[in-house]
Design a protein around this ligand. Structure first.
Ligand SMILES: [Zn+2]
Ligand SMILES: [Zn+2]
Length: 802
């Protein structure tokens, strides 16, 4: 083609790509496509994403853009592609396609989450002829560490914990070659130039490797696990404690030493196929297991698994993940069964990240540790997800998910920058600046001093990474939350505005937000089934029907308020809730008269009832709470499940769910489901779920010695039926339905049985049901909801500000 015809046939276009498109191999992909399709021009990173200047025939440009969207690298998340034609009169098409140096405005772009090792890197690590054979830190632009190693922006090797490792010539060549899948992969390394893994004794004595392996330290660690040892493993975002999941003694020893008595341990299986031997795995679950997020998936356990019973006591499910770093792949290569992989800490403390600190803290738990010298800059726990009602739902959002941005719904464009501080349990924070919200990884329970430190460290990091300077903080209304206190201190120090978001309103807002409910979408009926949160009236809430939107809600209904006997103690000792419920519903006299033959009666009589009654009478240390979580505690304890105490939050509800008899759940008549009524409170006239009928039926079933799984099913069904009934009544005014959308949120909706039951019953009544998928329904999602409420208030001048 001659030059004139060439120029005529070509058109110049500017292609703007927004989203997570930096540090994920996006430009090289564009470069390869351009070369293949004969497109000329260049691509560069700037503050808004990737900018492409392209010359080609119009139909080629169309195809080029299609291919960019279709063949984007696996970790890229394209939010939008905008095309604008440019005049070509003054400028000639360049001779080829190049990748240009980044524009200086680089900065406010997305940081990709850590990603599980891609199949090609796994293959290289396992290939004896590859130069990365058994190299535990193999990675490329499609996989490997991101958030866990970054110190500051821009995301560049020099600003990560790889800064001290100078690339060898081979790695340098890969790093500079746009055709290589390691082009600009910041954490790349190899045996010659990168970090190493080594097996150490936690007491500092020398390990004699020769007796353990002929391969390397990672293999030696694997052999120790097979011999029944507990071994600490430094991974991507923290330490794990690992032991053979078939070895009852080892698992029990790990429980005792870690002081984690009941909460199920997570497992890591060598491959997806093996997971199928221990659990039933659907296609959807398998895809989630094998995705780059590689979460712990909660799966239905097979009955004859052959695993130690101490792995997940009282559960019908197992939490299983696949290896997500080359080190894990190497470690598990020869294993014929899963290993326990639980976070490397004492119960409740955050995961260790620092080598020396780890040795000190882990010494009482294990003799050996597989460590490495790539520093963990940010602690990132394993994420947890579960398929419920046909959707993958994230229960703990951390590795693989954070800090991927969450798009804000329509109407939030006139953004202000806010910082939402979250709750105190399962804490997260959320920064919003621009059209997206960045929800932090799960950090943990802030009562622990070390967790609070981790929270503050992560907060400082995120604000640096996203160059975030909030004008306002958004806080829970609870004055004693550490998150609230931390936010207030910050606001005072820096003169920031303070906004408040009621706990359950924030749950509902989070659910609306992740479902893209527009700011002016009108009211929905929010059902928040939760543990405890401070209500708008200063009382403790935890089972609420709220009508409204992001800006405000009206409380239309609630659960019955029952005393928390002994305050905080009622959270740890479920029987206290049983007693409080029985007294509140029928009174001890009636219970004694009708049900004194019950073992439950004898059990409760053995408690210090005089003291408890005095507390009830005087209302001291017995605050009223309309909590759904405590109702679950009360019911479980009545059936003899977790009666005396629980060792982790929500344990009684979790175990009650695990007991549910499925035949009964699916096929028994609704007539046998435990009944609730919906009377109105005296005075305020607020409708509430009255459980007296439920208790009579349950206690009657106890007399009949009905199996616990049947009772558990009847309770779940009864509660779901009651919630759906309440929604129908509350959504109707003057015999007409005036609200059609229902949002389900709160920690209790982690319960798969309840969520499925409520959701299907509402759908059968023609409601559109909004539920959580990407953001946890528990307090892990609270900060996202707070942020939305804060933004909504700021868009309404002179409202909400203190
Ligand atoms: Zn890779
Ligand atoms: Zn190298």
């Amino acid at each position: 083609m001659n030059a004139v015809a060439d120029a005529l046939a070509y058109r110049r276009e500017r292609i703007r790509v927004r989203g997570t498109v930096q540090g994920v191999g996006f430009r090289p992909t564009v470069w390869c496509l351009a070369r293949e399709m004969g497109v000329r021009g260049h691509a560069l990173n700037d503050g808004d994403g990737v900018l492409i200047d392209a010359w080609a025939a119009p139909h080629v440009l169309d195809a080029f853009v299609q291919r960019i969207e279709r063949d984007a690298p696996p970790l890229a998340r394209i939010r939008s592609v905008e095309r604008s034609p440019e005049t070509t009169e003054d400028e000639e098409a360049p001779a080829s396609f190049t990748i240009d140096a980044s524009a200086s405005s680089e900065g406010r772009t997305d940081i990709a989450p850590d990603a599980a090792t891609c199949p090609r890197c796994v293959a290289e690590t396992m290939d004896p002829f590859s130069r990365r054979y058994r190299y535990p830190f193999t990675n490329c632009t499609h996989c490997g560490p991101r958030l866990s190693i970054i110190r500051e922006i821009p995301y560049d090797r020099a600003t990560t914990s790889m800064a001290d490792y100078v690339l060898c010539t081979d790695c340098q060549t890969e790093y500079e070659d746009p055709a290589d899948r390691r082009f600009h992969a910041q954490p790349i390394a190899c045996h010659a130039c990168g970090p190493r893994a080594r097996l150490v004794r936690t007491d500092g004595r020398v390990v004699c490797l020769d007796t353990l392996t002929q391969l390397d330290d990672v293999d030696a660690a694997g052999n120790l696990i097979l011999k029944g040892e507990i071994v600490a493993i430094k991974g991507l975002g923290g330490y794990h404690l690992a032991c053979d999941a078939r070895n009852e003694q080892a698992v029990t020893r790990l429980r005792e030493r870690k002081r984690r008595y009941d909460k199920p341990f997570a497992l890591m299986a060598p491959n997806g196929e093996m997971v199928g031997r221990y659990c039933t795995v659907s296609v959807q679950e398998r895809a989630a297991l094998e995705g780059p997020e590689a979460p712990i998936m909660v799966l239905r356990a097979r009955a004859d698994s052959g695993l130690a019973s101490a792995v997940a006591p009282g559960q019908r499910t197992l939490g299983v993940m696949l290896p997500y770093t080359p080190l894990h792949h190497m470690l598990l290569k020869r294993f014929k069964a899963p290993v326990v992989m639980t976070s490397g800490n004492l119960s409740d403390e955050p995961q260790c990240t620092d080598n020396d600190e780890a040795m000190q803290r882990l010494r009482p738990i294990c003799d050996f540790a597989l460590v490495h010298d790539r520093a963990i800059e940010n602690r990132v726990d394993d994420s947890v997800a579960r398929v419920v009602d046909g959707e993958v739902r994230v229960l703990r959002r951390a590795r693989g998910y954070a800090p991927a941005p969450i798009e804000l719904p329509v109407g939030f464009e006139h953004h202000r920058s806010v910082l939402a501080m979250g709750g105190d349990l399962k804490s997260t924070f959320c920064v919003v600046d621009g059209p997206r919200a960045i929800l932090s990884q799960h950090i943990g329970d802030l009562h622990e001093a070390t967790t609070l430190e981790a929270y503050q460290r992560s907060l400082a990091l995120y604000e640096g990474l996203f160059e975030h300077a909030p004008s306002h903080v958004v806080l829970d209304q609870h004055p004693e939350y550490m998150s609230t206190k931390t936010g207030l201190e910050r606001a005072e120090r820096e003169g920031l505005g303070v906004l408040r978001a009621q706990h359950h309103h924030a749950h509902i807002a989070a659910c609306l937000g992740e479902n893209g409910w527009p700011l002016d979408g009108g009211p929905v009926l929010g059902v928040a089934m939760d543990g405890l949160g401070l209500g708008a009236d200063g009382a403790l809430w935890g089972g609420e029907f709220l009508l409204g939107d992001y800006t405000s809600v009206e409380r239309l209904g609630t659960m019955k308020s029952v005393a928390l006997l002994g305050g905080e103690q009622a959270m740890h000792e479920p029987w206290r809730n049983t007693y409080a419920h029985i007294v509140a519903q029928m009174g001890w006299g009636v219970f004694h008269m009708n049900f004194n033959e019950l073992e439950l009666h004898q059990y409760l009589e053995g408690k210090p009832l005089v003291a408890l009654n005095a507390m009830l009478a005087q209302g001291t240390n017995a605050p009223l709470a309309s909590s759904c979580g405590r109702l679950f505690d009360a019911v479980a304890a009545a059936m003899g499940v977790c009666r005396e105490h629980v060792s982790y939050e929500g344990q009684a509800a979790v175990e009650l769910e695990a007991l549910v008899d499925e035949q009964c759940l699916l096929h028994e008549s609704d007539q046998l489901a435990y009944p609730f009524t919906l009377p109105r409170e005296q005075g305020k006239g607020l409708p509430y779920l009255e459980p007296l009928g439920m208790w009579n039926a349950l206690l009657g079933d106890l007399i009949l010695k009905t199996p616990v799984p049947v009772m558990a099913a009847r309770f779940h069904k009864g509660l779901a039926r009651a919630i759906a009934h309440a929604v129908r009544i509350l959504a109707t005014r003057d015999e007409e339905r005036y609200v059609h959308h229902v949002a389900l949120s709160g920690g209790v909706f982690q319960n798969a049985v309840l969520l499925e039951q409520v959701s299907s019953r509402l759908k059968a009544q023609d409601f559109t049901v909004l539920t959580h998928r990407h953001v946890p329904s528990n307090d892990g999602g609270l900060s996202f909801g707070q942020a939305l409420i804060g933004l909504a208030q700021l868009q309404q001048p002179r409202q909400g500000e203190q």
